[in-house]
Ligand binder design. Structure first.
Ligand code: FE2
Length: 387
């Protein structure tokens, strides 16, 4: 954002420098905050990292004197140390500290990476990319990653049906997250499986590995063989389901976002468990995760008086997740791949007949931070190529 107006005057008050903007707005900056964020090379490295220890600044620091230059710069000499800070009006404007200004910046940040909730209507316009295109074109990769960020889900076509290609796709934007299942895992019918995913049974929509902390935030599945009857893939937007559940029953939403439950995976060699809420909230109280996996959730530790209400909420959520109005369904063919944000979009499949053909997928996990970082860098690059 650019400064809408120059500075009319500055006023030193006890504890704060007060900036009067020419449009009549008044902004207050605590001296400690200004000293801590001084842009001088002795305070902040050219790489953007801070060189000083905040704890070493005198908490009672104040301006010995200050000066407004041309309405566009503010110079401050400090009283408790021999140091001068020079702030641009632009920086001061971009860091106004009123509640309204902070809220406005948060809105802008959210608009920068829009999240679009969806239901079955997304079947009409699946977010799809082409492997050949995204592996050679920044623009195509940027567009595909932006879809993952927006919908928490995207399909990729024409990924060669070769072992290990799912890892190659991850390498385009981030890093494989290795787990006890390995760097990647095969999803096909096996004898004595340690996970029901490795059978031909249908799987209701779920998030993977909620027993792990941190849970892998991305999952990719790549189809190498698909001649079995059945085995359609289903994905469901957990954030959309939660929004609708909250509208239907704020009380159920509250129970599912405050009651701890435990997820566990155990076998001879592993005991992995995590206790957390089914609906995760961020520091702003907004939904930022769903953890839903009926196969690995343990007996609820809810007191006897509140257990019926918790079950009512859990069953309501589960029924909504199982409601076809939320389903995006597709049959994965060899060379198809899909990616989900594993803390937002649930995935499942219908049962398949393993005796009448083959169904072979390879999957892997990765993390959202790497993907969002790549997306951010690509956006800058693509935009700079356009101008
Ligand atoms: Fe799964």
């Amino acid at each position: 954002m650019s400064a809408q107006t120059p500075i009319e005057k500055i006023v030193e008050t006890p504890g704060n420098l007060v900036v009067h903007w020419e449009n009549g707005e008044i902004s207050k900056y605590p001296y400690l905050y200004l000293r801590d964020n001084c842009p001088s090379p002795s305070t902040i490295h050219s790489n953007g990292q801070k060189l000083i220890e905040t704890s070493c600044i005198n908490a009672a620091i104040s301006a010995q004197n200050s000066e407004l230059r041309n309405g566009t710069e503010v110079l401050i000499n400090w009283d408790t140390e021999d140091h001068t800070s020079l702030f641009s009006a632009q920086w001061l404007f971009d860091h106004r500290l009123s509640k309204a200004a902070i809220a406005e910046r948060r809105q802008q940040h959210m608009a920068h990476e829009p999240v679009e909730l969806w239901n079955a209507t997304l079947n009409q316009h699946l977010p799809v990319g082409d492997y050949g295109a995204i592996s050679v074109s920044d623009e195509a990769l940027c567009s595909w990653l932006a879809n993952v960020s927006r919908y928490g889900f995207a399909v990729l076509r024409n990924v060669p049906a070769e072992l290990g290609m799912v890892s190659k796709v991850v390498e385009l934007f981030g890093y494989v997250r290795e787990t006890n299942y390995g760097k990647l895992f095969d999803v096909k019918t096996t004898v004595n499986p340690n996970n029901l995913a490795f059978t031909s049974l249908g799987l209701s929509a779920h998030t993977d590995n909620p027993y792990r902390n941190p849970t892998p935030t991305l999952q990719l599945l790549h189809c190498l063989q698909s001649s079995a009857v059945g085995g359609n893939s289903v994905v469901v937007d957990g954030f959309k389901v939660i929004a609708d559940l909250k509208a239907y029953s704020p009380q159920m939403f509250r129970l599912l976002s405050t009651t701890p439950v435990t997820f566990r995976f155990e076998n001879q060699d592993q005991w992995i468990e995590r206790t957390d809420t089914i609906i995760g909230l961020d520091v702003f109280g907004e939904v930022n995760a769903i953890r839903f996996n009926n196969r690995s959730v343990q007996a609820f530790e809810v007191d006897e008086d509140n257990m019926p209400a918790f079950y009512a909420a859990y069953q309501q959520l589960a029924k909504m997740i199982d409601d076809e109005r939320y389903f995006v369904q597709f049959k994965m063919e060899a060379t198809d791949l899909f990616i989900v944000d594993n803390e937002r979009v649930m995935h499942g499949r219908s049962a398949y007949d393993g005796s009448a053909g083959e169904r072979f997928l390879q999957g892997t996990y990765a993390d959202r931070d790497g993907l969002l970082s790549k997306l951010c860098v690509l956006k800058r690059k693509v935009i700079s190529q356009l101008v």
